[in-house]
Design a protein around this ligand. Structure first.
Ligand code: 0O2
Length: 253
């Protein structure tokens, strides 16, 4: 991950030349290229819009970032239970990288353009809400359904109905309105986001499985798949136990 010191250095280069974008553009490109070599993908995604280089989201990137911040802000504002306890442990936010979005469009046989990236696929904007307990996941889902500017288009409960590999999570595809124009020229614009909600245990499993999925030349695939499935079930059993413990502790006068 790119260090914050390096980001500051890159930012300050732009601040030093605020009115001379054209003159310093060649130099900026060199700086980006150099930073890209050490942090593939990250720098380009962060700077290409700000520095005038378009990625697949074109001019819509600022609106996407605003939508993402709006979602995070609403979850933070609504993130306490009635007895004042935090409903979630942490949030993670991302705009799908230019590279991943292009790869996904290709995989789905779709042309690489703004409309397909922003409207046909609906997960360019993504927020993950990671909770301590399963009940809290459902409480967060309930609260999100009532957010202003937001319409729920689709919900998938992979907690109740885990994927065959053991993946558990609650997914919502939502439409969020923005003051900014969308890819169809509508103002207010319509943007789409995927919200994933899960417990820490589910999140840990997904992160490990994601890591292993990309390891090549695994000789004993069948055993690995079975073990991953077993781990997912063990973690799910832990989630149930923890939930029960909390209930018992809360009942103690
Ligand atoms: P990334 O990099 O996380 O964004 P689709 O979105 O069309 O590919 P589908 O079936 O419509 O697939 O969506 P689904 O099942 O709701 O899954 C979408 C996202 O959930 C994935 O996004 C993953 O983030 C996560 N996910 C789903 N299944 C698994 C799984 O088995 N293991 C792990 N680790 N994550 C999973 P992306 O676009 O694949 O990736």
């Amino acid at each position: 991950m790119i260090a914050s010191g390096e980001l500051k250095a890159l930012d300050s280069r732009k601040e030093r030349h605020p009115e001379s974008r054209r003159e310093s553009f060649g130099n900026q490109k060199r700086v980006i290229r150099k930073a890209e070599e050490s942090h593939p993908g990250e720098v380009k995604d962060r700077y290409c819009y700000r520095w005038g280089i378009m990625d697949i989201y074109g001019k819509y990137r600022p609106a996407m970032e605003e939508v993402l911040q709006y979602l995070a802000g609403r979850v933070e504002e609504n993130g306490k239970s009635e007895n004042g306890e935090k409903l979630y442990e942490h949030l993670s936010l991302r705009i799908k990288s230019d590279e991943s979005m292009r790869e996904k469009l290709q995989r789905k046989g779709l042309e690489e353009n703004e409309k397909n990236a922003l409207q046909v696929l609906k997960d360019a904007i993504g927020m993950r809400v990671v909770c301590l307990f399963v009940d809290d996941v459902y409480e967060c889902v309930q609260r999100i359904r009532n957010f202003e500017r937001l319409k729920v288009l689709e919900e998938k409960d992979y907690i109740l109905d885990a994927k065959p590999n053991g993946y558990r999570s609650y997914h919502m595809i939502v439409e969020v309105t923005s003051d900014e124009e969308d890819v169809d020229g509508n103002v207010p614009g319509h943007f789409y986001a995927e919200i994933q909600l899960r417990t820490i245990a589910m999140d840990t499993w997904a992160a490990l499985e994601h890591e292993l999925k990309y390891k090549k030349n695994i000789s004993n695939q069948e055993m690995i798949i079975q073990e991953l499935h077993r781990c997912a079930n063990d973690l799910a059993a832990c989630d149930v136990s923890m939930q029960t413990l909390r209930k018992i502790i809360r009942q103690i006068p």
